[in-house]
Each structure stands twice: as C-alpha cells, then as structure tokens.
Design a protein around this ligand. Structure first.
Ligand SMILES: [Cu+2]
Length: 145
C-alpha cells in the first residue's frame, strides 16, 4: 500500500508537493541596482516556480526576476516571468545567470544598506520571506541595463 502510493506520486510529479528551501542568499549593490543571488532547493517531489519578488525592507523597491543572456558576445539581462524548480532539484541564482534585480532610487543611502528583506512568491508554496545580507559592493562594473 505504501509502495503503491509512493509510485503514484512519482508518476504524477505535478500533484506531489514541493518543499522549497532557500540557501545562502546574498546581494551585490551598485549605485543603480542590487543583484540578489541564492540557491533555491526543492526537497519535495512536485515542481514549484518562483513567480514574483517583493522587497519590503529597508524600503520598498522594484524587484524583477532576470536572466543574463549573451548576444553577439555581449552580456545583457532580460526579465523573465518565473524560474521553475522541478521536484528533487535546485536552481542556482548567480552572477551571469538567473538572478533577482532590485531597482530604485537609493544611491544616497547606499552605504547604509547592509541587508534587505525580500518576499519570494512561489506558485505553490506561497510566500517565503528571506533576509539577504549585502556582501559585496561592485562599483558600477556589474552590468548595464
Ligand atoms: Cu539584472
């Protein structure tokens, strides 16, 4: 009986529950944008998707899900609607790949931003609130929009 229901779950991955855990988030701040990176680990058997991000502290700012793409040898970024993580797998948000991009008018108080608080909206797991330490300051060279 137990074996039968376990294989039913494996056969219907979408119906099985996801279980999302966020590891090692960090941010890199420049005068114009904050790039946020982390590992999203799905310990469950069902797929889940990151479908939106909100920044709630130290102030509200616009947050987008981005990916970096190469075109003609030049890296540029574009917004994406979601990042989906299949069951029993992980998605790494890292410089040069998928990331969260915060945009706002914070340049004057940039040095005082030591951490930010984000709410990650997952399609199935709902909202996950994380505190992101600002680890590194990259003066302008990180990217161009
Ligand atoms: Cu970006």
């Amino acid at each position: 009986m137990v074996i039968a229901s376990a294989s039913l779950y494996l056969a219907t991955p979408y119906l099985a529950a996801p279980s999302i855990e966020i590891h090692d988030p960090y941010g890199k701040i420049t005068p114009k944008v904050i790039g946020v990176y982390m590992m999203i680990h799905n310990h469950g058997f069902g797929q889940d998707c990151l479908v939106g991000v909100e920044m709630i502290s130290p102030m509200k700012m616009k947050a987008e899900i981005h990916r970096t793409v190469m075109s003609n040898g030049v890296a540029r970024m574009e917004p994406v609607d979601s990042i989906c993580i299949p069951g029993r797998s992980e998605a790494r948000l890292e410089p040069g790949g998928y990331h969260i991009m915060i945009m706002g008018n914070y340049t004057e108080m940039m040095d005082s931003i030591k951490e930010i608080v984000l709410v990650l909206h997952f399609q199935r797991s709902g909202d996950i609130r994380i505190t992101v330490p600002i680890k590194e300051t990259a003066q302008g060279s990180m990217h161009t929009h």
